[in-house]
Design a protein around this ligand. Sequence first.
Ligand SMILES: NC(=O)C1=CN([C@@H]2O[C@H](COP(=O)(O)OP(=O)(O)OC[C@H]3O[C@@H](n4cnc5c(N)ncnc54)[C@H](O)[C@@H]3O)[C@@H](O)[C@H]2O)C=CC1
Ligand SMILES: N[C@@H](CC=O)C(=O)O
Ligand code: NA
Length: 438
Amino acid sequence: MKESDKSLGVAVLGCGSVGSQVVRLLQEQAGDLAARVGAPVELVGVAVRRLDAAREVEVPEGLLTTDAAALVARDDVDLVVEVIGGIEPARGLILSALEHGASVVTANKALLAEDGPTLFEAAEKAGRDIYYEAAVAGAIPILRPLRESLAGDTVTRVLGIVNGTTNFILDKMDTSGAGFGDALQEAQDLGYAEADPTADVEGFDAAAKAAILASLAFHSRVTASDVHREGISEVTAADVASARDMDSVVKLLAICELRPGADGGEDAVAVRVHPAMIPRSHPLASVREAYNAVFVESEAAGQLMFYGPGAGGSPTASAVLGDLVTVARNRLAGTRGAGESAYAARAVLSMGESRTRYHVAIDVDDRAGVLATVALAFAEHDVSIQTVRQEGRGDDAQLVVVSHEATDAQLSATVAHLRTMDIVRDVTSVMRVEGVAE
Ligand SMILES: NC(=O)C1=CN([C@@H]2O[C@H](COP(=O)(O)OP(=O)(O)OC[C@H]3O[C@@H](n4cnc5c(N)ncnc54)[C@H](O)[C@@H]3O)[C@@H](O)[C@H]2O)C=CC1
Ligand SMILES: N[C@@H](CC=O)C(=O)O
Ligand code: NA
């Protein structure tokens, strides 16, 4: 260990989009980092899959290795940055690093959302830190505010755009009419997308982030499997156009809510990720390209908004380095930061119990009484209608209904009912609506 001479050895695992920028910053800012930490922070190894791969950064000779397991076990490694991603070997390497006495910084939301508690318990046992600000919303400081700044308040809701790739795609579809494939390719070229972009497009990445946000916000253990997840692969150009007609945009939202327990029982949490229409006047509507934004509502503070670059190698490396400075300082001070806080152990509600609103576009027969019949279907499921408008005539007749808030179960039963009705030719678009006052 280098603690005797106060120099801290850093191992970086993975040298892709994020890892290469972490290595660059460690080298370029060595002097400032040493001053801020109070000791030199020295890059002592970089684990890669292939030694001869092309890289965005020049790694000093002798530092590259393909043996990540041996690297994390070395005596001169005090701090480990895991930016490989995925579940294994990342989990095994982090556990081994902690067992060998290193503090860990990771950007790995997939692993944290699947098995965070195992990592937190290992860190607790080892008396070391595990920090992960980069795992949610890239460069935006959001986990530290939830864990530290709001530790004395009661967070009731977290609502955000937390996936840069899908925001980039939806933004391009809305503003330039770009096709889905071209927009995705551009996001991949810019280093925003996950190694397998299905994780972005199908909402897995946002769901992992929602689980991490909900765990911290509500002091409970929420895993990716607790999150209702829908991606953007079924969002059509017609949905985007329909949103535009309503002066709205389609965004992939992550929504984490504290719901009062029934009959005065314990509060529970509801966590969901899905595309939704929001009015263009809503602040989230102006979040463009790969930017992210997160709203936090809490009892005492009210509404807070966090905004910034949510993806990309360099912004994400900024969050990694911020954590690295903190865990390095903690090591020098012989202390560690706050560990997991899951004392509230709140139950997680199913999607059917979540309260939301629907926008439904229905192709109908153009004859007398159709509007009343459709309205009756909503009423039968106790769903109140906020607005309804008719477009087109004859074979082109379409009703566009926006409901008031109801449970998702009531709303989906209404849509299923509409699909069985003779006068309904097709339900062409169903999308949740957020950000509109009741
Ligand atoms: N790219 C982004 O905008 C963001 C990424 N993250 C997270 O950061 C992590 C890294 O993401 P990226 O850099 O984008 O991925 P990437 O795919 O560009 O880089 C991962 C690197 O790890 C290497 N690797 C794989 N297995 C390895 C092994 N056994 N030993 C050593 N190296 C190995 C790969 O060859 C690749 O170069 C992931 O957990 C990701 O979810 C978090 C926030 C934003
Ligand atoms: N693939 C992710 C990267 C950051 O977490 C995204 O697109 O947001
Ligand atoms: Na962040």
